[in-house]
Write a protein that binds this ligand. Structure first.
Ligand code: ATP
Length: 374
């Protein structure tokens, strides 16, 4: 039978006009969330990304029902769980979602298996028999790669293993939506990488919608189908990793996602005049603009190149980074970072070089916007 046509049915989480202020000791208030709008489709892996204090945890906890926003609306699976104007605020335990915390939040006096079984035992409105529950627990533990550790207590497990238990506990309910609050930040780099890959595989397999908080942009790029970049409680951009990297909506997003070189420019015929000469671009952002380009987009050459723009400078350092070689180029007052993939021995310290730029690789942002962000 065909499902009825409803616009909300494919939306897993819909956040509209959400606002939340916190009161400081001195009585003043800070907006932790400032008019956030996000529509997350079913099966997406959405990452909330931003620096410390930008409001990502508060936004996640609002979806979970652990914070009460001031105003706005939240739906989960088409059901309104919060509506400030209508006075709706569904309790955390009645929202159809699971959450994985940074701190694992395991019961120390319960075995791993008991920790995973806990949400099943305490599920509202469903009486399950013991063997079905135990089977579900065993499946969940196996799914996260610790099928043999169910009898261990949290204190007997490594950080990575404890986080796997927490993950199994989130999966055991078969929730459509799983919220993650920096779940990988307490495990070491190697384990984190493994867990990321496994988490993605599990998300594809179980088919849940993930909403994942991190301040790590590489983690965001790797996990996300779409990234919501937050600044001061506002969603600056909501797009695929490709979009936020290649077409950042604001200077803030451009600088937060990846590395940039920066030049100040004044509008001229064909582009912007900088301290290094004319940088050609058809993008226009007012009389004075900040021009940014990624380190991998500068092309080094000994002779003046016939790219749209060419900036003269000299190499002051060469750093081999494994995947690429970083050339630091002093160009007038500017210290530019240029990346060449692999190991490059084309230029050495002291060499005069040109940095070639294609027109499409120059990102242009209005200058006064940058000043507002200071
Ligand atoms: P982090 O990565 O450091 O956890 P975040 O992006 O998750 O940061 P939030 O924890 O959501 O940011 O905090 C957003 C803002 O709200 C910050 O200015 C913070 O100081 C403030 N804030 C958060 N929780 C409270 C609280 N319980 N009482 C008062 N202010 C709070």
């Amino acid at each position: 039978s065909a499902a009825p046509e409803q616009p909300e049915t494919e939306t897993a989480v819909h956040i509209r006009g959400l606002t939340k202020h916190f009161r400081r000791q001195d009585g003043s208030t800070v907006p932790a969330i400032d008019g956030a709008d996000l529509r997350i489709e079913k099966g997406e892996f959405v990452v909330l990304l931003g620096p410390s204090g930008c409001g990502k945890t508060t936004l996640l906890r609002s979806v979970a029902g652990l914070e009460t926003p001031d105003s706005g609306q939240i739906t989960v699976g088409g059901t309104t769980v919060f509506d400030g104007a209508a006075g709706i605020n569904v309790g955390a335990d009645r929202r159809e979602l699971s959450m994985v915390f940074q701190s694992y939040a395991l019961w120390p006096h319960m075995t791993a298996a008991r920790n995973v079984r806990y949400p099943l035992e305490n599920q509202r409105g469903s009486r399950r028999n013991r063997s079905t529950m135990n089977q579900r627990v065993a499946e969940a533990l196996t799914a996260v790669g610790i099928g043999d550790l169910g009898g261990q207590y949290p204190s007997q497990l490594s950080g990575g293993q404890q986080q796997r238990v927490a993950l199994a506990r989130a999966l055991v309910n078969n929730s459509d939506v799983v919220l993650f609050d920096e779940p990988l930040s307490n495990v070491d780099a190697k384990v984190r990488e493994t867990l990321r890959v496994e988490l993605l595989a599990m998300q594809r397999r179980f088919g849940f919608t993930a909403l994942f908080v991190t301040h790590d942009q590489a983690e965001a790029m790797e996990l996300a189908t779409r990234i919501a970049v937050l600044d001061k409680g506002q969603v600056q951009q909501f797009g695929t990793p490709d979009e936020v990297y290649a077409r950042p909506a604001t200077e803030y997003v451009a600088k937060f996602i990846g590395n940039t070189n920066e030049l100040d420019g004044t509008r001229a015929d064909g582009g912007y005049i900088t301290s290094l000469g004319l940088v050609r671009t058809s993008a226009a952002a007012g009389e004075r603009a900040t021009l940014l380009f990624r380190p991998e987009h500068g092309q080094l050459s000994a002779e003046r190149p016939d790219t749209a723009s060419a900036l003269p400078g000299s190499v002051v350092a060469v750093l081999f980074m494994g995947t690429h070689t970083e050339f630091l180029v002093q160009a007038g007052e500017s210290r530019l970072r240029i990346w060449v993939s692999g190991r490059s021995t084309d230029f050495r310290e002291g060499n005069d070089v040109w940095v070639g730029l294609r027109e499409q690789d120059v990102m242009v942002f209005p200058r006064d916007e940058a000043e507002q962000q200071e």
